[in-house]
Structure formats: structure tokens, C-alpha cells
Design a protein around this ligand. Structure first.
Ligand code: IYR
Length: 223
């Protein structure tokens, strides 16, 4: 930054005293670890402003060369969602009906998933996340993107954290292949579907599988 001070602006860095940092970090962890993937959604609407603010968080994620390769489509239209459900369930019928290898189906068994995806029409909001594989320049030529998967993954994480923080339940749905999302949501060829995020309130009495996170010692090491 020192070499091009004309592009630099004052850093707005909210520092905290050590004790407060510990407290904030712990509180955040306690809140985040309570997030559970929900598959039974109520159709109670969610405030639009919550979605908008969460998307603002997502779109603030760091990205390769600051190219911001994410595009979000908020889908609430009932007719579009009915078509999405139909297309997703058609993919899932193939997946569960022979395309998925037995090991994959065995890995999914504890989650109790199947071909039925009623949440695609029952939950109040779907957010389709697309990733720009490349950018189309003003001259129509392809311009490279950098670390686009990492960037969009980080933005999706920000979005999930923001929605959870606001008090919504979410499901990361990944029908495979997801090409139908381009067609049904009118997205250009340089965008690949990354994730279909379902957001809303859990159905009263919704249950989740009794699965656990790995202990921290299994996933963190020090040197
Ligand atoms: N897309 C399928 C299968 C599925 C795959 C994984 I990996 C999951 O963590 C959950 C489901 C479905 O949505 O049922």
C-alpha cells in the first residue's frame, strides 16, 4: 500500500481489549455451533430486510483480486419454485435411483435424505448462489477469474452465518447436476450454480439427525 498511497484509505478497524475479544469469540462460537441443518421448513414469511442485510454480509467476503465472482438470486416466486422443485427432484430420482455409488448412499443414510424436496416450495426463501467461472469483458472476450471457488465458498459461509445470526434456519441444498438452475433462473453461461440455500423457520416439531461434530482436537493441530 505504501507504494500507491493514492489508492489507500484509512482502515476502519474495530479493535477490542483482550478480555472482550475472548468474550465475543466465545459467544459467537456458542451461537454458531447451535446451527443445525434443517430440512422441514414452515412457510411463514421472513422479513425481506433480513435477507437483504445477510446478502450485504455475503457480498462483503474477500475474493481473488477483489473480483467478487458471486451472484445471488433470491427466489420467492411460487411458479419458479415449483419448476425448481420438479427439476431438482428429477435429478434426485436419478441420484438415489442408481447414479450414486452405494458408498455415497451409505454415507447419506444417517441424514435420512431422499428424493423428495418439498422445502423448495415450502420454505419462504431460496437463495441460489452462482459462481462466475470467468468474466465476459466489454469486448465480449473472456477475462480470467482467480480463486473463484474459494471466494464463493467464503461468501456462502458468510451468508449462512448472517442468516443464522439473524435467527433463520438454513439448508445447503446441492442437487447434482444443478445446470437446470441456469435455465430456470436465466443465468448466463459464465455462471455455474454453486449452492441452493434454503432459508426460513423450522416447522414446529422439526427434528434433526443425531449427528455430532468432530472434537476440535481431531480437526486442529499445532506446530
Ligand atoms: N443432493 C442429494 C444428496 C445429498 C448429498 C449430500 I454430499 C448431502 O450432504 C446431502 C444430500 C439430496 O439433496 O438429497
Amino acid at each position: 500500500m505504501a507504494d500507491n498511497p493514492w489508492t489507500a484509505v484509512e482502515l476502519d478497524f474495530p479493535g477490542f481489549p483482550a478480555e472482550e475479544m475472548v468474550e465475543r469469540a466465545r459467544r459467537f462460537a456458542e451461537h454458531m455451533v447451535r446451527r443445525r441443518t434443517v430440512r422441514d421448513f414452515d412457510s411463514r414469511p421472513v422479513p425481506e430486510r433480513v435477507i437483504e442485510a445477510a446478502l450485504r454480509t455475503a457480498a462483503s467476503a474477500p475474493s481473488g483480486a477483489n473480483l467478487q465472482p458471486w451472484r445471488f438470486v433470491v427466489v420467492q416466486d411460487a411458479a419458479v419454485r415449483a419448476r425448481l422443485r420438479e427439476a431438482a427432484e428429477a435429478e434426485e430420482r436419478e441420484f438415489y435411483g442408481g447414479k450414486a455409488p452405494p458408498e455415497w448412499l451409505a454415507a447419506l443414510a444417517p441424514l435420512g435424505t431422499d428424493t423428495n424436496k418439498p422445502f423448495l416450495v415450502e420454505a419462504p426463501v431460496l437463495i441460489a448462489i452462482f459462481m462466475q467461472r470467468y468474466i465476459v469483458g466489454a469486448d465480449g472476450k473472456r477475462v480470467r477469474n482467480y480463486y473463484h471457488s474459494e471466494s464463493v465458498g467464503i461468501a456462502a459461509g458468510f451468508l449462512i452465518a448472517a442468516l443464522h445470526h439473524a435467527g433463520l434456519a438454513i439448508l445447503t441444498h446441492t442437487p447434482s447436476p444443478m445446470g437446470f438452475l441456469n435455465e430456470l433462473l436465466d443465468r448466463p453461461a459464465n455462471e455455474v450454480p454453486f449452492l441452493l440455500l434454503v432459508a426460513g423457520y423450522p416447522k414446529p416439531g422439526a427434528r434433526v439427525p443425531d449427528i455430532r461434530r468432530l472434537p476440535l482436537d481431531d480437526v486442529v493441530s499445532t506446530k
